[in-house]
Design a protein around this ligand. Structure first.
Ligand code: PEP
Ligand code: MN
Length: 336
């Protein structure tokens, strides 16, 4: 349920209202807009009569929110969520490009890629230290050492770092990481999501391989229910009957998620396509449809990459793409 307050309500009346909601065992989410304040009631409101709130002097209207996602719902929070990360901000007028290798392989590799993507205009560095591989015999990542190398690359370039967590028991290793990524395969690892709800770092949450947008938003809700409101949704392609591409980029997820939710939405064209030449057209589509940013895999030697080489751009290809991205982003009235 949401309560839209009349403009300039008296503070003591708002406090009384909040106390009353608290006594009902509900949590609140307050959104202060330009003209109105909206109080979102989070919890089981099914037995509460709407008149109970509508009759209050400071309440203009009360409405039920039928969707199961509440904190992530745009009805509770009409303005876009903006997340400050280092020198950049996500969800604002700035279009962010997160770039880097699928996995951190060595100090030379990550420093070289970090310098290259920074020079081309990326605002964050990605690199997997814990890799969710289909085969247990494939390279699993450098784990704590991988995070240490990412932090070295951050020291060299100043780029905030984004890296994937697979288990809450590794959380201590992520203390200096800027953005924690939850991969497609863990989108419904509810215990992990609950733990991340208690941490104060932005979460880049990737859509599961076969999950609906509703399920995707409910996963964001798990994190938000714990208190962490800073979530970036990332569409990375879904499983369909098609085999020509690694996944099928669900481009329609961008306008739909942005309509339903106030959270920023990124596109990952690399995992969607699985083929390096297709990263460019999909990236252009992402900008045109209103995505807030991109996540792109870049490797200094894709042919030798230990993971996802076929979909990785080399630094020269990335630089070319960034020139094009910059023009298109500026055409959309945003900055990069
Ligand atoms: C990745 O970003 O390297 C990755 C494993 O992505 P996803 O979870 O989308 O497959
Ligand atoms: Mn990858």
């Amino acid at each position: 349920m949401i309560l839209i307050l009349k403009s300039n309500p008296e503070k003591n009346k708002v406090d009384d209202l909040l106390n009353r909601i608290d006594e009902l065992g509900l949590k609140t989410h307050i959104s202060e807009g330009m003209s109105h304040t909206i109080i979102g009631l989070i919890g089981d409101t099914s037995r509460i009569h709407i008149d109970m709130f509508e009759s209050l002097e400071i309440v203009e209207t009360a409405q039920r929110v039928s969707e199961s996602f509440k904190a992530a719902n745009r009805k509770l929070h009409p303005e876009d969520t903006v997340i400050d990360i280092g020198a950049t901000s996500v969800g604002s007028n700035v279009f962010n490009v997160v770039a880097g290798p699928c996995s951190v392989e060595s100090e030379e590799q990550i420093i070289e890629v970090a310098k290259a993507v920074k020079a081309s205009g990326a605002s964050m560095l990605r690199g997997g230290a814990f890799k969710p591989r289909t085969s247990p015999y494939a390279f699993q990542g450098l784990h704590g050492e991988g995070i240490r190398l990412l932090l070295e690359a951050k020291k060299e370039t100043g780029l905030p770092i984004v890296t994937e967590i697979m288990s809450a028991s590794d959380l201590d290793l992520f203390a200096d990481v800027d953005v924690i990524q939850v991969g497609a395969r863990n989108m419904q690892n509810f215990e992990l999501l609950k733990e991340l709800g208690h941490c104060d770092k932005p979460i880049l949450l990737k859509r599961g391989l076969a999950n609906t947008m509703e399920e995707f938003l409910m996963s964001a809700e798990y994190i938000m229910a714990g208190g962490n409101q800073n979530i970036i949704l990332c569409e990375r392609g879904i499983r369909t009957f098609e085999t020509k591409t690694r996944n099928t980029l669900d481009i329609s997820a961008v306008p739909m998620l942005k309509k339903l939710s106030h959270l920023p939405v990124f596109i990952d064209p690399s995992h969607a396509a699985g083929i390096s030449w297709m990263v460019e057209p999909l990236a252009k589509a992402a900008i045109a449809i209103g995505a807030d940013g991109l996540m792109i895999e870049v490797h200094n030697n894709p042919a030798k990459a230990l993971c996802d080489g076929a979909q990785s751009l080399n630094p020269t290809q990335f630089d070319e793409l960034m020139k094009d991205i910059r023009r298109r982003v500026e055409f959309e009235g945003k900055t990069i």
